[in-house]
Design a protein. Structure first.
Length: 509
């Protein structure tokens, strides 16, 4: 298995096996989304009534104009002025509905009183319905044929359409407005037994049922739209709360990070000063510079003190390096260097430890590699950390191979492979995290701090490079440090000598 490192340094010092999402934020967003998908809607009676009142007020002039047109057409058809008497009650009923709407608009309609106002508005529609019943009961003695029945049917169908379009926010408004007219037509058809009256009754009845169904569907659609809008507002509110929580958590984390950096900066001096004295004096005592130590146990103690102090100093240096990288204050001192030379020097530095464990280190270097533009100290630290890990976890009599060469993309790489115990697949994210150690390292007698590989990843990320770890249990581990092609310095051929161009003399008039 292989794992590549991201180029972002702040991701190189965390445990990749853990989820870093804010659980509170995720839970709030998930609950709101589930509530939105479940179609749960609260009571929107007040909003729907207010929308109906607004529509009623906006179409206030439609009904009077329509009634006047109906009366004029009726006068033209019947030649009787009595039809104008029907306009008085229907205009009065329309005025009553407008007054109810104006009063409801002025008052604060609560959720408890929404039902009362809906019933009051339906009563207003029923009053209009009785007026349309008076229209349906009118007759014409001078009209010939079925012309007056056709006139009444056309007017009632247009009236049903107008009512359906203006009152679909009020359920059953069409039924309340034209049920009396339908009953009146049915009674008239039963009394006269005329086919025209029966057909008119059937047409109006079907129209009332159809437009009642249509307005009910439109009402349900608007109810769902309001529900979705409300859920969207709730989701936005939840996201705003989650964002504020996340911002507060980030602010606290930044404050804690700043406090940690200040603590490390101050403690580095406080710890290094006594450590220098401990290391120096213990080395003097173990070397018996000032005189022999008669007790062999004391000499062993001084060696242990020097070794422990050196380990503590290395730990402090690694923590400070990681802290500087995390804070973005790790500066690179870049220059033209050779990976071959650095790899050879690092092999020589770990050769003594490898011989103590009878480990052979073989090298395979590609000849005539050009220099790279990088920080020599940082790359030396990278290769030395990787070689030290290989020597540490390779058993007695093992083998380590070091390769330096070209990558497929034109960059350069350093690959270090051992035949040690390897790393289980599920532990690779752990060993790549700060202070992370696998089960093999925990069981090993040579335990480290768990900061070597995170520092390697961060340094390579600062160089725009990549770190790859490949490992199989009981087969070995291979680590590859890659530098990109843009850091490889290509040598240019020498410029051929050319004759100098003589300088032209200026001439003045």
């Amino acid at each position: 298995m292989s794992t590549g490192v991201s180029t972002s340094t702040d991701k190189n010092i965390v445990d990749r096996s853990r989820s870093h999402r804010n659980r509170a934020v995720s839970k709030a967003v998930r609950q709101t989304r589930e509530r939105l998908q479940s179609g749960h809607s609260r009571n929107f009676d007040r909003e729907l009534i207010m929308m109906h009142i607004d529509t009623l007020r906006q179409s206030a002039a439609v009904v009077p104009i329509f009634v006047i047109v109906v009366a004029v057409l009726g006068l033209y058809l019947t030649r009787e002025a009595g039809i104008f008497l029907w306009t008085v009650p229907i205009l009065t009923a329309h005025a009553v509905n407008m007054l109810i709407g104006r009063r409801a608009k002025k008052q604060e309609i609560t959720a408890e009183r929404a039902r009362k106002w809906r019933q009051l508005l339906l009563l207003g529609q029923l009053l209009v319905g009785f007026c349309w019943a008076l229209f349906a009961m009118q007759g014409c003695a001078t009209c010939g044929g079925d012309s007056f029945a056709l006139y009444k049917g056309t007017i009632l169908l247009v009236a049903i359409c107008i009512t359906a379009m203006s009152s679909f926010m009020l359920p059953r408004a069409v039924l309340f407005s034209f049920a009396p007219a339908t009953v009146a037509l049915a009674v008239t058809a039963a009394l006269t037994h005329k086919p025209s009256d029966i057909a008119l009754t059937a047409a109006v009845s079907v129209a009332v049922v159809f437009f009642t169904f249509i307005t009910n569907r439109m009402y349900q659609s608007n109810l769902k739209i309001l529900s979705f809008q409300s859920e969207k507002d709730d989701l936005i509110a939840e996201l705003e709360v989650a964002k504020s929580m996340s911002d507060e958590a980030r602010r606290r984390a930044e404050e804690a990070n700043l406090a940690k950096s200040r603590f490390l900066a101050s403690m580095s001096h406080e710890l290094r000063t006594p450590l220098n004295a401990i290391l120096g004096f213990s080395e003097v005592m173990s070397a018996e510079v000032m005189g022999p130590l008669n007790n062999a146990t004391y000499r062993e103690y001084t060696s242990d003190i020097h070794r422990s102090g050196q380990h503590l100093l290395n730990l402090i240096n690694e923590i400070l390096d990681l802290s500087r990288i995390e804070a973005g204050k790790y500066e690179l001192n870049e220059e033209a260097i050779s990976l071959l030379d650095i790899a050879e020097d690092c092999i020589g530095m770990v050769q003594l430890r490898a011989r103590a464990k009878n480990i052979s280190i073989s090298s395979q270097f590609e000849a005539q590699l050009p220099a790279v533009w990088a920080d020599e100290k940082s790359l030396r630290q990278v290769i030395l950390n990787l070689l030290s890990n290989a020597v540490k976890f390779t058993p007695q009599g093992g083998e380590i191979s070091v390769k330096v060469g070209w990558t497929a993309g034109g960059g350069e790489y350093v690959a270090i492979k051992d035949n040690g115990p390897g790393i289980p697949e599920e532990e690779i994210p752990v060993v790549l995290s700060a202070f992370g150690q696998g089960s093999i390292a925990i069981k090993s007698a040579e335990q480290g701090t768990g900061l070597g590989l995170p520092i390697v990843q961060a340094i390579l990320a600062k160089h725009d490079g990549q770190f790859v770890l490949k490992s199989k249990l009981r087969e070995g581990t291979e680590v590859i440090a890659i530098l990109p092609a843009k850091r490889v310095l290509q040598s240019l051929p020498a410029v051929e000598d050319a004759p100098l161009v003589e300088r032209r003399r200026k001439s003045f008039a």
